[in-house]
Design a protein around this ligand. Sequence first.
Ligand code: 5GP
Ligand code: ZN
Length: 114
Amino acid sequence: MNDCIFCKIANKEIPSEIVYEDDLVIAFKDLSPTAPHHILVIPKQHISSANDLTEDNAEVVSHIFLTVAKLAKKFGFAQNGYRVVNNCGKDGGQTVQHLHFHLLGGREFGWPAG
Ligand code: 5GP
Ligand code: ZN
């Protein structure tokens, strides 16, 4: 999508701190981190939100979770634990309309979500 900031990051049209990339996904550091480790993992293909997952494109989500687990190990917080968040739509607090999963680690997180 032309005006999508995460598509631009995936296409290297705007810079980001990329920590992992393969054919299907890219992971980069969040611009405004809310934890010592705050990484965004996104499909390279534009999918606007979890509401737009279908039988044809949903396989990437399992790949994203495998990537999440790899990154948690790579950055050394897999053992202590971490939080994976997908915000969907207005009530979910989604601000960028390209499916993304927040990988948060390096501190304890409260529950229930605010
Ligand atoms: P959301 O609120 O949609 O779940 O999360 C969007 C996230 O994207 C926010 O945590 C925000 O800090 C991050 N973000 C927004 N624009 C950029 C950007 O240009 N670069 C990076 N690295 N992160 C961004
Ligand atoms: Zn996009």
